[in-house]
Design a binder for this molecule. Sequence first.
Ligand SMILES: [Ca+2]
Ligand SMILES: [Ca+2]
Length: 92
Amino acid sequence: MTPTSAPSLTPPPTPTPTQTGAPSATATPNGEALVGDLNEDGATDVVDIQLSVNVVLGVETSSDIVARADLNRDGEVNILDIQALVNIILGV
Ligand SMILES: [Ca+2]
Ligand SMILES: [Ca+2]
């Protein structure tokens, strides 16, 4: 009962994680969402401006609406986003 070969402790080949697929930050789940359509009623209009104002004032706290209200995607909703929304509605 003498072992002829010592157990080899060679580690298994380590898989190198190659995450080459960069996540696209601008991708929307469905391409139907209108930019600035905060209440998702299919139109970007004065109602959405009101919602945007409410978000800035802290009255509207729905996470979905707050996320959509950040039109320039800088992480906060402020007058710049309202201005961008107005420009969209005016077609500027
Ligand atoms: Ca709307
Ligand atoms: Ca913003």
